[in-house]
Write a protein that binds this ligand. Sequence first.
Ligand code: RB5
Length: 157
Amino acid sequence: MTNTLSPRSLIIALGADHGGVALKNRLAAALIEAGHQVLDFGTDGPASVDYPDFAHAVCAAVTGKRADYGILVCGTGIGMSIAANRNPGIRCALVHDVTTTRLTRAHNDANVLALGARIIGEEVALDILRSFLTTEFEGGRHIGRIAKLSTVPETTP
Ligand code: RB5
């Protein structure tokens, strides 16, 4: 992965459970090779761990502005995405392909990505990472919609 994947050097917070640790380490290596800085919150081995612990740590780094973006990997990506989206200010997208990755950056201004290591292959994950880091938020009509994510009405229509 060359640094043309992103015009500027970024700080990326990474986290995984035992189901995602191998892919997380592969993504970390690619990011470092491309000139980005990685904050690796673990896990570091095959021992069984609880994915919310890693999701919340990565999200705290993003909302605390210690990282530009977060990447979370578990077996399916589902648990990580559910946990991440309970953090105010986090817009985590669970993606399986480049198109939804591009659109969640462009339309949702996603700041955390969740990946399922048992669902997608390494090459797909690397393509997703490249798309995530090179797609800008479009702003415009999407700004108000994103603002509404944090406002749950007391009564729904
Ligand atoms: C762990 O076995 C598995 O549940 C986890 O990696 C993830 O897929 C949860 O959503």
